[in-house]
Design a protein around this ligand. Structure first.
Ligand code: CMP
Length: 143
């Protein structure tokens, strides 16, 4: 079954949105298979955001994601990668539709509440960066 990596960013954690965000994915029907509240090290942040290394906002991005705790998660379900991206809304909250997480709660592109993998390759890479295989649970879904 497809898995994706989702992370409530420092702004989402500090605004007490973890429960709201987890609830949206649960109600949609996806299954949580890994989760942890953690501080992101500079080394992990630079690896995670490696593709943005040349962007002018790279330093700001790394400073922000390492500034205070994030809530890292792995979710499982059919088409979860693309569907989670739809539920998150556009990267820039000003373009995100009402009803999406960024549309409902975000204001600025830097502090946009949540990160989600954009492809199967990114999902595999990001899950591997944030979680050891033994930190993910495998269970028979009853529903
Ligand atoms: P995310 O999905 O975590 O992936 C890369 C992040 O870069 C993105 O969300 C935004 O938060 C951030 N980002 C994109 N453009 C800008 C920008 N112009 N200034 C600051 N941050 C940005």
């Amino acid at each position: 079954m497809e898995k994706t990596f989702l992370m409530v960013k420092p702004d989402g954690v500090q605004r007490q949105l973890i429960g709201e965000i987890v609830s949206r994915f649960e109600k949609k029907g996806f299954h949580l298979v890994g989760a942890k509240l953690m501080k992101v090290s500079t080394e992990l942040a630079e690896k995670h955001y490696g593709e943005h290394k040349e962007r002018p906002f790279f330093g700001e991005l790394v400073d922000f994601i390492t500034s205070s705790p994030v809530f890292a998660m792995v979710w499982e379900g059919e088409n979860v990668i693309a569907t989670a991206r739809q539920m998150m809304g556009s990267t820039n909250p000003k373009d995100a539709q009402p009803g999406t997480i960024r549309g409902d709660f975000g204001v600025t592109v830097g502090k946009n509440i949540i990160h989600g993998s954009d492809s199967p390759e990114s999902a595999e890479r990001e899950i591997g960066l944030f979680f050891k295989s033994e930190e993910l649970v495998d269970y028979t879904k009853l529903i």
